[in-house]
Design a binder for this molecule. Structure first.
Ligand SMILES: Nc1ncnc2c1ncn2[C@@H]1O[C@H](COP(=O)(O)OP(=O)(O)O)[C@@H](O)[C@H]1O
Ligand SMILES: Cc1cn([C@H]2C[C@H](O)[C@@H](COP(=O)(O)O)O2)c(=O)[nH]c1=O
Ligand SMILES: [Zn+2]
Length: 192
């Protein structure tokens, strides 16, 4: 379980937390948990997600278990900076879909004393690091890797297997088109 630093009223220090993993690994649930706790601590919280992610809702971050929180959809990472005055905590979901400038945006916000919590897929369906996620994981103070359960053998899963033949990097979906699988089941699927 992630434990928050105590708020030091004399000096406002920011940092970056990354929650990374495959689809269905609980990234969004963990993000929502941390943001709700920040709200209980009366911190000012803003949540952003990429405009492209309209899978469940236009203006909410929604988990696979239908938990949700209001969020602002933004077209590019630069918009996050513009919309982040007077906040203590910023949550960003589906970070893999943002441009590579997201790292600089998060570093600037952390430098201004903001706690930045980023959730996203660490790998795409090909097993390749996804968008700005690897750079964010390298720069973050805290990285939490969460795991799903392999839908084929019950082991811990870290891959998002795409069931359709599409080769596009961005293809929205859930269990209709994706399965969480472990390393062995992922490679077995591609050897067939
Ligand atoms: N294969 C799976 N492994 C673990 N949880 C799963 C799986 N398939 C569906 N779920 C559900 O998904 C929830 C996590 O959803 P969510 O936080 O939206 O994940 P993520 O953001 O990582 O895709 C779990 O609590 C569980 O109810
Ligand atoms: C692996 C992979 C996934 N996507 C899409 C599918 C979903 O819409 C999101 C991931 O959502 P989650 O909250 O992590 O379940 O990303 C994609 O576009 N490309 C991929 O390679
Ligand atoms: Zn497996």
């Amino acid at each position: 379980m992630f434990l928050e630093n105590k708020v030091d009223k004399s000096e406002k220090r920011g940092w970056i937390e990354v929650i990374a993993g495959s689809m269905f690994s609980g990234k969004t649930e963990e993000l929502l948990r941390r943001l709700r706790r920040a709200g209980i601590a009366r911190q000012r919280v803003e949540i952003f997600k990429p405009l492209v992610d309209n899978r469940y809702s236009e203006d909410a971050v929604v988990s696979h278990d239908s938990n949700s929180i209001r969020s602002t959809p933004v077209e590019s990472s630069g918009n996050i900076l513009l919309l982040s005055s007077n906040v203590d905590v910023i949550g960003i979901d589906e970070a893999q879909f943002f441009d590579n400038n997201l790292l600089s945006v998060c570093n600037q916000l952390a430098g201004q004393g903001v706690r930045v919590i980023v959730a996203g897929l660490d790998m795409d369906f090909k097993g390749i690091p996804f968008g700005p996620m690897p750079a964010l994981m390298a720069s973050a103070e805290y990285v939490t890797k969460v795991h799903a359960i392999c839908m084929r053998c019950g082991d811990l899963a870290q891959y998002s297997l795409r069931k359709s033949q599409s080769d596009k990097l961005v293809e929205l979906g859930a269990s209709d088109n994706y399965e969480a699988v472990c390393r062995a089941c992922y490679h077995k699927f591609y050897k067939k």
